[in-house]
Design a protein around this ligand. Sequence first.
Ligand SMILES: *[C@@H]1O[C@H](CO)[C@@H](O)[C@H](O)[C@H]1NC(C)=O
Ligand SMILES: *[C@@H]1O[C@H](CO)[C@@H](O)[C@H](O)[C@H]1NC(C)=O
Ligand SMILES: *[C@@H]1O[C@H](CO)[C@@H](O)[C@H](O)[C@H]1NC(C)=O
Length: 745
Amino acid sequence: MLDVCIYITQTHTRIRTLLSSVRERKKMELGRVLGLCLILLVTILVFSGGVATAAKGVTYDGRSLIIDGQRKLLFSGSIHYPRSTPEMWPSLIKKTKEGGIDVIQTYVFWNLHEPKLGQYDFSGRNDLVKFIKEIRSQGLYVCLRIGPFIEAEWNYGGLPFWLRDVPGMVYRTDNEPFKFHMQKFTTKIVNMMKSEGLYASQGGPIILSQIENEYKNVMAAFHEKGEAYVKWAGQMAVGLKTGVPWIMCKQPDAPDPVINTCNGMTCGETFPGPNSPNKPKMWTEDWTSFFQVYGAEPYIRSAEDIAFHAALFIAKNGSYVNYYMYHGGTNFGRTSSSYFVTGYYDQAPLDEYGLLRQPKYGHLKELHAAIKASANPLLQGKQTMLSLGPLQQAYVFEDARSGCVAFLVNNDAAKVSQVQFRNNAYSLSPKSIGILQNCKNLVYQTAKVNVPKNVRFATPVQVFNVPDKWEVFRETIPAFSGTALKTNALLEHTNLTKDKTDYLWYTTSFKPDSPCTNPSIYIESSGHVVHVFVNSALAGSGHGSRDIRVVKRQVQVSLTNGQNSISILSGMVGLPDSGAYMERKSYGLTKVQISCGGTKTIDLSRSQWGYSVGLLGEKVRLHQWKNLNRVKWSMNNAGLINNHPLAWYKTMFDEPSGDEPVGLNMSSMGKGEMWVNGVSIGRYWVSFLTPAGRPSQSMYHIPREFLKPSGNLLMVLEEEGGNPLGISLNTISVTGSNRAQSQLS
Ligand SMILES: *[C@@H]1O[C@H](CO)[C@@H](O)[C@H](O)[C@H]1NC(C)=O
Ligand SMILES: *[C@@H]1O[C@H](CO)[C@@H](O)[C@H](O)[C@H]1NC(C)=O
Ligand SMILES: *[C@@H]1O[C@H](CO)[C@@H](O)[C@H](O)[C@H]1NC(C)=O
């Protein structure tokens, strides 16, 4: 049309020159055409300008996100970059894409990136930019949950521990020091993404960012300061001008234009929806399992249940569903928060090792395909709901141009339901949704799983059962006289450790003034673990759990009539990841008493206590090759090796052949931490049994990238006593193929 206008304009000029005074009527007609052309031209210019703007950024309306000017129905999966290795990222992302996922959602881990105030680390597993670029290269989008408070079962919810020592600090409220550091870090991340061109507004993959995290859980504790903080956080984030929308999860009053989103297992049933008709309905955490703590069994959520709730959310106008987690991975080092196991969301569609967990992976893949096949009517059509029975509904999306799709829902958990819909009969399994393409063909049923279940198994390739191959270093138990810091009070644990170590020694010296018969020591601690040593021998241990936070323990001891050295090791299994006023939480011993003969009680809480931070092996950084000879190792003696508290064990091993993932079976040990070639693969705790009498986790992932073909150093710190001769090296595999494509017909 534009060409026609140009042609007419040119022709008109020529005609005018030729027939200037003659044909007034024709000239008038041409003038009218020209006028129309002008309007058309202006319209085209304005319109194309509008399209250009829409195509650059990400916008939204009440139905969905709009990317490159197009409505989007998005499935997303959470993968946290530091919970795997850069070498694993490409294959994890590939499998995620093959599972029908469009977006990868990750938190940003502040305490990894800024371990010391102003000192940043984006190397190795912390290489956020590399992770995002890998996602971009495979053609997926990114949802960047900056937080920077993230919870995430991550140590201290992602906050760096140095923040606690900033004067006047109160976390996550209208508090100037907190807002200053939060804004500084958020700005740093946003600027880093911008300078790499990673926002969708710059042609990059990041389509969404999150500020704060589930603030509603703690907001009431901060009263009106909480409300002010939420407003500030929204404004601060929006002011960073990323060109893509911001979200707040579990935050019903998220300030415009920030989108409030849902977290949970049943958001299709529980989410009242966004707080404005102009915001899309989004689900940021559809839990594929649930976090696991030591002392508990894994939480198994069925593929059918996940599919039902994801489909229901879409049927009720949802346009974004993120699975939390799609791949959980590993809490390497000391990164897990209080009591959480080292493997993270192992029950996700991709398991801890990155292997497909079937049928979960495949059943969701089929769901995504079924929904995507009807994306047009879903996004362009009008939604109506009709009742098909007392507990049965149809959600229909229909549009004259793009067609029709229906979700037939049976909410009856007990009975199959026969329903009629548009002159066809359908049989719906209990608690299920059937998806009708063209409102006619049943292409997917949430309760019908077509993908075979697979089974994961471990193959031991080496048992470390040769005593000669182990060497042991036993920690010396510090005595009061040897400690540098002394005071007549029980000090707070983390005030001294600064979270550089799990361990703090409390030591004192006790001389009974009259013979003490049948003595015992009673301890209360708000830390997680205590080990009581009297005259250098372990007298007893105790620990709490995620539900029982205070450790109370009575230990029988033997005392001499002279000075007795009492040394109590307080241990933490990660800092908390949630709750209001986290900066005020205190840990460690709160009461120590000695009882004689069950009658006389001597309170030692205000005695002179001497402190020692961390273990000797930690102080010399024994896990590193270069420091191995800083202690004296004993060897060649099975008796010397077995069952000692506070012992470091080392041995060498070769990498198992093949490319299957590798795991270390620690079931013969108690509690501690493991390093391979100087890298911590996490804490282990196999002595804390579940109610069924099993360890919560006995197999611990060693990424292949940590290994070389031969001469790998395994270092184990054991707190309680265990038998390293029972540790084994395993390869991990699943029955059937692990390749995403060949898994499904
Ligand atoms: C879905 O959106 C339509 C408007 O297209 C509205 O009429 C309907 O009530 C919404 N349904 C639900 C369950 O939110
Ligand atoms: C931590 O130590 C500081 C002084 O260094 C003290 O003011 C504060 O009360 C201590 N905190 C706890 C919980 O004991
Ligand atoms: C670990 O080893 C023990 C002892 O051999 C075995 O009973 C257990 O099944 C193993 N655990 C796993 C996860 O393979």
